[in-house]
Ligand binder design. Structure first.
Ligand SMILES: Cc1cc2nc3c(=O)[nH]c(=O)nc-3n(C[C@H](O)[C@H](O)[C@H](O)COP(=O)(O)OP(=O)(O)OC[C@H]3O[C@@H](n4cnc5c(N)ncnc54)[C@H](O)[C@@H]3O)c2cc1C
Length: 507
């Protein structure tokens, strides 16, 4: 694998849990300190809970849907939304990477830092990878090569995989961790009153004015993330480092507030980050021969609503068990290709909604009119729920040969009673193995039917009177491949699903 960013590390852990030890190359000798993600949003939070990583990343208790979120600078009040799929976890990217790296090291991953992939040759039976490391140029031979090497992916370029999409010159975004002056007050609701700005600015959300967008997010008593976005500005001098004065002037243009800003103390990131324009692109293939792409190597989009790691870490969970099945020799026909088949359309949906959000945030009277209409549509909980599901990835339904309403969907986190006591499905899923959850009380011998797969599929007999199914077959990435209702067990359907997803029975 090339790339030990969050997605490469997650994939390495998934492969190791499935019994395959990848070699992971990263060109950096130590972790980047670049300011990137501030948190995780969407179904990925529940996925990480299913790997026991929710608490190490700072979560407490069990993940709960978030009552409020933002889409295209519209505040979303999700309290009335049924089955709200949006979960969030505030965790800076360096922490996410540190936790994943520690997990990877515990799992014995061969992580080679300071090693840059420079070339490869893809042949029918394997890939020869060339890399430059501390000891000079080296080669290694592997069954597959995965490019988890970020938006400028060398693997993608060398493979000749197209990356169509748009590169827009707008907006210019400036972000810093600052100490706000005493002249800034807050209202009872926690909104910020900036002197000179006529409207209160709600925290932790995008606020659109007729001149741009502002974000004020107090992440600690000592530090507030302050960000602006402006459209139609002259191109910034890339060589000139961005400054607090540049951000102050931008804030004045966007909000009318003139604030004397001071940098937040260490260990908060120092300095100002400037990004001019944004890319929205999607690889035209996630697999070519023995080369696969995951994470930002496969898709690039604006970071609105934090879609990057929701998409990338779930790519990793989708690919991990399939690639391991192929390497270990039990993958049924077409399993590895289903990685592109399942994940590429989801990348396309993120492409769509991030583009839509950027358009909705941009200035101009036409956009203001579209926003008025959109606001009316968002008054309906059904529409709110739809947007929340789109952002969370909760509307994903993979094509499976089973008509049960749960089939093809991310499994609900039921608490079931086994002979060992009460346990959540999220806890049973930690080993990242396929799982048959039989809640029928032994009806129709489902466990016997799955016995030929016991080297690959765990079976748990449990009780859960309020469960929305009598039995469920879960893939390692948390999706239901087959389910039946209580009193309507369907052993033939179960066997078909086992063969389709987990190969031929043994023994
Ligand atoms: C300002 C900003 C804010 C963001 N905010 C959020 C947010 O709040 N929530 C969210 O979910 N996402 C956010 N994102 C997006 C998120 O940071 C990315 O989606 C995420 O970093 C993608 O992870 P990755 O592992 O795919 O790629 P990367 O993090 O880019 O990692 C790629 C790795 O590959 C290595 N590499 C590159 N080339 C080679 C090579 N030739 N050989 C070996 N190694 C190589 C690199 O050194 C790097 O370690 C934000 C991004 C930015 C820029």
């Amino acid at each position: 694998m090339a790339g030990a960013g969050p997605v490469g590390l997650m994939l390495a852990c998934e492969l190791a849990l499935a019994g395959v030890r990848p070699v992971v190359l990263d060109r950096l000798t130590e972790r980047s300190t670049e300011q990137k993600a501030n948190g995780l949003a969407g179904q990925v939070v529940r996925l990480l809970d299913r790997r026991g990583l929710y608490e190490p990343l700072g979560g407490t208790g069990t993940p709960q849907p978030v009552p409020r979120f933002v889409f295209g600078a519209f505040p979303l009040d999700l309290r009335e939304v049924e089955d709200n799929a949006l979960y969030t976890l505030l965790a800076p990217q360096h922490r996410i990477e540190a936790v994943l790296e520690q997990r990877a090291r515990e799992l014995g991953i061969d992580l080679r830092q300071g090693c840059e992939l420079t070339g490869f040759t893809d042949t029918p039976d394997g890939v020869t990878v060339e890399y430059r490391g501390p000891d000079g140029d080296r080669r290694l031979r592997a069954r597959y090569l995965v490019g988890a090497d970020g938006g400028r992916s060398t693997v993608r370029k060398l493979a000749g995989i197209g990356f169509p999409g748009v590169t827009a010159p707008d907006p210019v975004s400036l972000t810093t961790h600052a100490v706000l002056p005493d002249t800034v007050r807050t209202t009872d609701t926690g909104a910020f009153l900036l002197p000179g700005c006529p409207t209160p600015i709600a925290p932790f959300t995008h606020t659109r004015t007729e001149h741009g967008v502002v974000v004020v997010a107090p992440v600690s008593p000592d530090a507030t993330i302050l960000a602006t976005m402006e459209w139609g500005r002259p191109a910034a001098d890339e060589a000139a480092p961005p400054t607090l004065d540049e951000l102050r002037a931008s804030l004045l243009r966007v909000t009318g507030a003139d604030l004397a800003l001071a940098p937040a103390p260490a260990p908060f990131p120092q300095g100002v980050r400037r990004q001019a324009g944004h890319n929205t692109r999607l690889a035209d293939r996630y697999r070519q021969g023995r080369v696969l792409l995951v994470g930002d190597a496969a898709h690039a989009h604006a970071a609105v609503g934090g879609p990057g790691l929701n998409l990338g870490l779930q790519d990793a969970a989708n690919l991990g068990w399939k690639l391991a099945a192929d390497v270990r020799g039990w993958a049924p026909d077409g399993l590895l290709d289903s990685y592109h088949g399942e994940r590429h359309p989801i990348g396309a949906r993120v492409y769509m909604h991030t583009q839509a959000q950027m358009a909705l945030m941009s200035p101009g009277p036409g956009i203001t009119a579209i926003r008025a209409l959109f606001r009316e549509l968002l008054a309906h909980p059904d529409n709110l729920g739809r947007i929340a599901a789109l952002m969370a990835g909760g509307d994903v339904r993979y094509a499976v040969d089973c008509a049960h309403p749960l089939a093809g969907r991310f499994a609900p986190d039921l608490t079931v009673r086994t002979s060992q006591g009460a346990v959540r499905l999220a806890e049973l899923a930690r080993g990242a193995r396929p799982l048959l959850v039989d809640l029928t009380g032994g009806e129709a011998g489902l466990a016997d039917r799955a016995a030929g797969w016991k080297d690959r599929v765990d079976a748990v007999a449990a009780d859960c009177p309020e469960a929305p199914a009598g039995a469920l077959l879960l893939r390692p990435d948390g999706y239901v491949t087959w389910a039946c209702d209580a009193g309507a067990a369907d052993p033939e359907g179960l066997e078909r699903a086992l063969r389709t997803w987990f190969g031929a029975p043994r023994g």
